[in-house]
Design a protein around this ligand. Structure first.
Ligand code: CO
Length: 221
């Protein structure tokens, strides 16, 4: 698959197949998208959310970036998160990493790759936080695998530390945050058994009270 023309031909064939199998498919999606899931995954071309999850268009809202990071100053990711939680009212947020992630590998090396090193910088903080655990693992491949998992766990908590998710819980909205890792070699998802469903599972320092405009104004002044 190398020519752009092939893509248009693929697209026409796909559209035809959809119409044949479900004539109302596009009409339904035009009027409403009501996905239950937000997927935050790696940009890696081998990790396509819909196909891995077996979901159709309209069933998962997707944000992808290199190494599936949730950075608190990233307006792009935060906007996706806010829209998914507050407007679409997704019930599950899935942070999905993958073993063999090049972004994790780059961040765990001392090589410079250019601008992207700045994006990947926070992964070094995760390495540093878990350094004794990581460096106790004897082989390089297993160290890398564990870093992919620890990165996901860190991003799951970053999602939970946002005002967006905490305000949703404060409103009583049902919202679960999950951490998964995809294995390229067998196509299977591994559940990291982290399922955050409420503020009780958050470290105290990251808990935020309800927004109070008067106090906010006072603090700003
Ligand atoms: Co990756």
């Amino acid at each position: 698959m190398t020519r752009i023309q092939d893509l248009f031909e693929n697209n026409k064939a796909w559209s035809k197949r959809q119409m044949e199998s479900d004539p109302d498919f596009f009409n339904r999606l035009t009027t409403l998208q009501k996905p239950k899931f937000l997927w935050i995954g790696c940009s890696d071309s081998r990790v396509p959310a819909n196909q891995i999850l077996g979901l159709k268009p309209g069933e998962v809202f997707v944000h992808r970036n290199v190494a599936n990071l949730v950075v608190h100053s990233d307006l792009n990711c935060l906007s996706v998160l806010q829209y998914a939680v507050e407007v679409l009212q997704v019930e599950h947020i899935i942070v999905c990493g993958h073993y063999g992630c090049g972004g994790i590998g780059a961040a765990c090396s001392n090589q410079q790759f250019g601008l992207i090193d700045n994006w990947l910088r926070s992964i070094k903080d995760t390495y540093d936080r878990y350094r004794s655990e990581i460096e106790a693992i004897p082989d390089q491949a297993s160290r890398h695998d564990r870093m992919c998992e620890l990165n996901v766990l860190t991003q799951v908590m970053n999602v939970c530390h946002t005002t967006i998710v905490q305000n949703a819980w404060a409103r009583g909205q049902k919202l679960e945050v999950h951490g998964l890792v995809y294995r390229l070699t067998d196509g299977l998802l591994h559940d990291l058994a982290v399922h955050i469903t409420s503020l009780d599972q958050i470290e105290d320092i990251y808990k935020l009270g309800r927004l109070d405009r008067r106090k906010t104004d006072a603090a700003a002044g």
